[in-house]
Design a protein around this ligand. Structure first.
Ligand code: PGA
Length: 252
């Protein structure tokens, strides 16, 4: 499968870290403007890719605002369908999300796996469809409890990844850490990272997500080989998200 031109661009610019903001079902037109306003004086570093995943209805507005500024911010959708132009009421395809300004799309977030019964096979199909529409999939994986079951995590990664492509990103998000303030230790993140890398390939960027905050982010980013962070709750507080991006800008 051909790489999305955006992935080629990501690789060309030697991105070493990603900071992805997952707004989930939060935000408003006003919040889009406030958040982007906070970045007007930010010193963007070409090795750090800042990505915002607002609800899809705000993508076009944010795309316009970013295009009119010098901000180096990529946009991500939070979900897509596994096919295009099919009779499914209320869904959005990867092609449509690309058209309104997304460069990335989150697939397989645990909230969708749990609330919408999305299996890893469906997540893999969505990742394939994202690539077909030239979006870079950010594939979320992670176990429910604290213990890392190597075989289960390997299986989840392999089933969720696209076929014949390494142009994707993995976000390792243990479910117990999402929105709880409980964060795995550096050793636990490193252990998960090595299992995920063994399953998907060393070149695929692997991010950590789950209660990332300005307080713990520097320690999390010090895990060797980690490709960045996926931030939920803390990305809804502009000062906290800005601080996380500043910390990510510091040398590895
Ligand atoms: P959190 O969410 O940072 O609020 O834990 C992360 C996520 O669900 O992507």
């Amino acid at each position: 499968m051909k790489s999305p031109e955006d992935m080629e661009e990501v690789m060309e610019t030697c991105v070493q870290r990603f900071v992805v903001a997952n707004w989930k079902m939060h935000g408003s037109w006003q919040f889009c403007d406030v958040l982007l306003g906070c970045f007007s004086d930010f010193a963007f570093d070409p090795t750090v890719e800042i990505v915002i995943a607002p609800p899809a209805v705000y993508l076009a507005r944010m795309k316009n605002a970013i295009a009119q500024s010098n901000m180096r911010i990529g946009l991500s959708a939070q979900n897509c369908t596994s096919a295009d132009s099919i009779p499914v009421t209320g869904e959005l395809s990867a092609r449509m999300l690309k058209e309104v300004g997304a460069k990335y799309v989150l697939v397989g977030h645990s909230e969708r796996r749990i609330l919408h019964s999305e299996s890893s096979k469906i997540v893999g199909m969505k990742a394939n469809e994202a690539l077909r529409s030239r979006l870079v999939p950010i594939i979320c994986v992670g176990q429910n409890g604290r213990r890392i079951d190597k075989d289960a995590l390997t299986k989840q990664c392999r089933e969720s990844m696209p076929i014949n492509s390494h142009d994707f990103i993995i976000a390792y998000e243990p479910v117990y850490a999402i929105g709880t303030g409980v964060v795995p230790s550096k050793d636990e993140i490193a252990e998960a990272l090595s299992v995920v890398k063994a399953a998907v390939g060393d070149a695929v960027p692997v991010l950590y997500g789950g209660s990332v905050s300005p307080v713990n982010c520097s320690e999390i980013l010090s895990v060797e080989g980690l490709g960045g962070v996926l931030v939920g709750g803390a990305s809804l507080d502009p000062a906290s998200f800005l601080r996380i991006c500043e910390i990510a800008n510091l040398p590895v």
